[in-house]
Design a protein around this ligand. Structure first.
Ligand SMILES: Cc1ncc(C[n+]2csc(CCOP(=O)(O)OP(=O)(O)O)c2C)c(N)n1
Ligand SMILES: [Mg+2]
Length: 381
């Protein structure tokens, strides 16, 4: 169990013999002491000094943050380094927990689409990895490399998995950017958007979320394709945590929200959930109701496995016939998420315009307990 808890939070399955469920507890044995996660290892001084030399070389550097380095300590140190050395700051595409808003430095995420990620990394001579792995594209494509590191770029790892990447960044910042810690804003500090009006789309949902996100919220993001406007729209929000699907297996959002709300009962949890992925673990809604968790779920209902339509085109299979396309269509019948939610005890409503969403989201966030809003939006691909 200690190994499972060790950073970077490896998933573990514990297989026990059946007789543990009837065995007597050994005499004198009360409940076991809680298992403590082992402290992260310290990154060696030689590694930090080598990274400082790279940053001082004035060659083009990208600092890629991931793991535990995407929280306040790591973000502040990394942004000091970037301001002092001109290194470009990025964080991994799907951070486990990205601390944002409330004046924290806003860090762009490495793009999901390989060609967009390639242009972000274009021209880099050094890639410094702090808590992140060397980037590869999410899917493979015919005739294109999966390795996103530009040709000729040197990759430097600031310690190994499980090491204290945030502490190493602080040490590195003290070397290349001495002076008091401050939050440098490259431009103006972003402002929250105003509540949107008009058509309900991924973009207007993002504006409503940006306008209404409460202080201290935990956002569980599995909005997928229609969620691409969320990072920009929420950069000016009050302080919050952003949790994403770190692997590729969809269906994380609703149970992730369960975990977040159980762990942090005093914080508001906002679950941004695409329709197709929602269906993999829809039963989590019943847990939201049964435990009366303070979770507001917004279903991005584009009635489609939309990303797969895009990926089908991108692998060059755009001549796909009606049967292939039908596999990616989630209508016939349309899923009724209001009925699904209310059937499991979660009060629910449907929004078809941006105004309706703004009103329903504001109300759901202001009331305790679980709520679901089905946002009906057009598919893009
Ligand atoms: C467990 C699992 N099954 C299947 C897939 C393949 N897959 C990737 S994306 C996707 C569709 C996602 O659809 P939705 O959640 O509605 O998001 P959208 O693409 O519409 O934005 C599927 C089925 C997967 N990644 N994981
Ligand atoms: Mg969908």
């Amino acid at each position: 169990m200690a190994a499972a808890l060790a950073p970077p939070g490896q998933v573990a399955t514990l297989i026990l013999p059946a007789d543990v469920s009837w065995m007597a507890v050994p005499s004198g044995g009360g409940p076991a002491a809680p298992v403590r996660a082992p402290a992260p290892g310290k990154v060696g001084d030689d590694i930090i000094e080598a990274a400082a030399a790279v940053l001082r070389s004035r060659e083009r550097c990208v600092l890629l943050l991931g793991g535990a380095a995407t929280r306040e300590t790591g973000l502040l140190a990394a942004s000091r380094i970037a301001a002092a050395t001109g290194a470009r700051l990025l964080c991994e595409t799907f951070p486990a927990r990205l601390e944002r808003g409330g004046g924290l430095p806003e860090v762009d995420r490495l793009a999901y689409l390989a060609e967009a990620a390639t242009s972000q990394l274009d021209g880099a001579q050094h890639l410094l990895l702090a808590g992140a792995r060397s980037p590869v594209s999410f899917f493979a494509y015919p005739g294109r490399p999966s390795d996103l590191v530009p040709p000729g770029c040197d990759v430097h790892q600031l310690g190994s998995a499980g090491d204290d990447a945030a502490g190493a960044l602080e040490q590195l910042a003290d070397m290349v950017a001495p002076g008091p810690a401050r939050v440098p804003w490259p431009g103006e500090r972003p402002q929250p958007p105003v509540l949107p009006v008009g058509e309900l789309t991924g973009e207007s949902i993002a504006q409503a979320v940006g306008a209404l996100l409460p202080e201290g919220a935990i956002v569980c993001d599995e909005a997928n394709t229609a969620g691409s406007w969320l990072p920009a729209a929420t950069a000016g929000a009050p302080r919050h945590d952003w949790l994403t699907l770190t692997g590729g297996a969809i269906g994380l959002g609703l149970p992730l929200a369960t975990g977040a709300a159980v762990a942090c009962p005093d914080r508001s949890v906002l679950c941004l959930q695409a329709d197709g992925s929602a269906m993999y673990t829809i039963s989590a809604l019943w847990t939201h109701a049964r435990e009366q968790l303070d979770i507001t779920t917004v279903i991005f209902n584009n009635r489609s496995y939309d990303i797969l339509n895009l990926e089908l085109q991108r692998v060059g299979a755009d001549a796909a016939g009606p049967r292939a396309k039908d596999l990616l269509d989630l209508s016939r019948p349309d899923l009724d998420f209001v009925a699904l939610a209310t059937g499991m005890g979660v009060p629910a409503s449907r929004a078809r315009t941006a105004q309706e969403l703004g009103k329903q989201l504001g109300q759901a966030l202001s009331e305790p307990g679980p709520h679901l809003i089905e946002a009906v939006i057009p598919a893009m691909f």
